[in-house]
Design a protein around this ligand. Structure first.
Ligand SMILES: Cc1ncc(COP(=O)(O)O)c(C=O)c1O
Length: 560
């Protein structure tokens, strides 16, 4: 039968019909399963366990369509199911049916949105949706933008555009003839893509200056200004400030208005990385958190995070929509014939482009601003619910008592373990405590991942110049998350916490410290490195706990 063909020259509508109808059943069944009680987010396997299960052998003679469905089923089985509300990893969530259909449309068209004449409709949609976003952010009459493959690449294009605009001679003559040292300012909680861009543009990581944050993870404008002044004093050329609207770990919002004013005062480019938090512009209730977005020269916003469009969908917006083309175009005539403002690829450093904007365009049409507002506000409601669950449970401790965003960050506190005050300076005792807490977090996380009902990450963080123990970072994003899942998730963490304690005590890792003040953590105890606990659960080395009051027996010291 022709539709069973495996010959690449025979692909036709009948074959598509066969595949799509089978695929439909597979997809609908998959989504259905993900919402059933007890459904797993992931059947987690280590790489060596997984390799034999997914047939990585690439054949000379193709397996043909009969082999396709079993293979697809296997891919689904061992992949992470982001449709499951137990998926609370960073910082995206499962998409929605409209997202799937839009992605199918993109594949059907297989359109390339580098030049207008091969993707006329999609180009106009990109132009339109970018402009609408920029206007919502208050970026002015001339504002607009384009898409880029992800937040990190969007940040990169922002800095490149700023540099080419402010110092066009670098574009032609190169940085080594420039004679001045450019400096960039970003907060200590900013995304690493800013540093990577500094690396890629040849500025040097040492010239990406980290501005300290306050105790809520927000960039401190006073410190920013001081650092700019110091940089000028060293005869450097400060040129670019990256403020973050929704930091990656804590979700903090840098004070955009104050930072924007500093940028204007010193004539620096003001970029806002709103990859995560920029989408709050769709919510009347929460958009005040990004007040000051109107001052940005460039602003990045990722609908593939908070708005649930399929990956990837990231916009880079500018107060002057022509600036990307003006600064980055090389006008390659073999591709960009007519100098059309609609040949969007010419504004980037790339060539071929996926028409990602249509994912937001169609979503916006279907759900409206009111739909996105509802999604965002539901997420905040659930984040508040989880915050209260955690706060009211003495087995947990929040990293920030009132999370500014949808990341709920917390520790599980083993029975008997004191919570060290964040204000205390980093002593050896603190180090010991930090290592113990880190070990507990990682061990719980490992068990949760193996059980597969919930998937979220953990993170380290330096706050106020002090390294915190690694903590859980649960991201509330998917509209399918409800109170029931959050109750269950907290119970799962508690259960895993009890198992971990039992295991650590049995293996004499925490036991001494939990039960006595007279033991020491030995220097061989390497929580972050190759500690055998993370592997096959064998325990070796000399583990004991520093006796100077940081890890206490239940009865010896009352916890807070
Ligand atoms: C603040 C921030 N900026 C940029 C990025 C990078 O986004 P992407 O993964 O889309 O490249 C992230 C990713 O989490 C982020 O949190």
């Amino acid at each position: 039968m022709k539709s069973q063909a495996q010959d690449i020259l025979d692909g036709d509508a009948a074959e598509l019909d066969l595949l799509v109808s089978q695929m439909k059943d597979l997809m609908v069944g998959y989504v259905n399963e993900s919402r059933k009680p007890g459904a797993l987010v992931v059947e987690y396997k280590l790489p060596e366990e997984l390799k034999p299960l997914i047939d990585l052998d690439l054949p000379y003679t193709g397996i043909g369509i009969p082999g396709l469905m079993p293979m697809l089923r296997n891919i689904l089985r061992y992949s992470v199911n982001t449709w499951n509300p137990g998926f609370m990893d960073k910082l995206y969530a499962g998409t929605n049916p409209v997202g799937i259909v839009t992605d199918m449309l993109i594949s059907l068209l297989n359109a390339n949105s580098h030049v207008y004449h091969v993707s006329p409709v999609l180009t106009l949609m990109e132009d339109c949706v970018s402009e609408k976003l920029a206007k919502l952010l208050g970026m002015g009459e001339r504002s607009g933008g384009i898409t880029c493959p992800g937040g990190a690449f969007s940040n990169q294009l922002a800095m490149l555009t700023a540099r080419n605009y402010m110092f066009p001679e670098i574009k032609t003559k190169g940085y080594c003839n420039f004679g001045k040292k450019l400096t960039v300012f970003t907060s200590s909680s900013g995304h690493y893509s800013v540093e990577k861009t500094g690396m890629a543009l040849g500025l040097g990581l040492d010239n990406i200056i980290k501005v300290p944050c306050d105790d809520q993870g927000r960039m401190r404008p006073d410190e920013l200004e001081q650092l700019i002044i110091q940089s000028l004093g060293r005869k450097e050329t400060p040129f670019f400030i990256n403020a973050t609207a929704g930091t990656t770990v804590l979700g903090a919002f840098d004070p955009l208005k104050e930072i924007g004013k500093i940028a204007k005062r010193y004539k620096l480019w003001f970029h806002v990385d709103g990859s995560w938090g920029g989408s709050l512009i769709f919510s009347d209730k929460h958009k005040h958190k990004i007040e000051g977005s109107s001052l940005a020269d460039t602003f990045v916003l990722n609908p593939h995070k908070l708005l649930g469009t399929p990956l990837q969908c990231s916009f880079i917006l500018a107060s002057d929509r022509q600036i990307f083309k003006q600064t980055n175009s090389l006008g390659a005539q073999y591709l960009f014939h007519d100098d059309s403002k609609y040949d969007l690829g010419d504004s980037t450093v790339g060539c071929g482009r996926k028409p990602d904007a249509i994912k937001l365009f169609i979503g916006w049409k279907i759900y409206g601003i009111s739909g996105y507002k509802k999604r965002i506000e539901h997420a905040f409601k659930m984040a508040r619910y989880l915050t209260n669950l955690v706060k009211n449970n003495n087995k947990f401790k929040m990293v920030l008592e009132d999370p500014p965003n949808l990341q709920i960050c917390f520790w599980y506190i083993p029975k008997g373990m004191k919570i060290l005050d964040r204000e205390e300076k980093e002593t050896k005792k603190y180090q010991t405590w930090k290592e113990q807490m880190t070990l507990v977090t990682k061990e719980i996380h490992k068990r949760l991942r193996e059980r597969g009902r919930f998937l979220f990450d953990y993170s380290p963080l330096e706050l106020n110049g002090k390294e915190l123990p690694i903590f859980f970072r649960v991201v509330i994003n998917a509209p399918s998350i409800n109170e029931h899942y959050l109750d269950e998730m907290v119970r799962e963490v508690e259960r895993a916490g009890e198992d971990v304690l039992e295991y650590l005590e049995e293996n004499k890792i925490l036991q001494d410290g939990l039960r006595s003040e007279n033991h020491h953590i030995n220097g061989n105890y390497n929580v972050n490195g190759n500690h055998s606990v993370n592997g096959n659960h064998s325990v070796n080395g000399n583990h004991s706990v520093n006796g100077n009051g940081y890890i206490y027996h239940n009865g010896v010291e009352k916890l807070e």
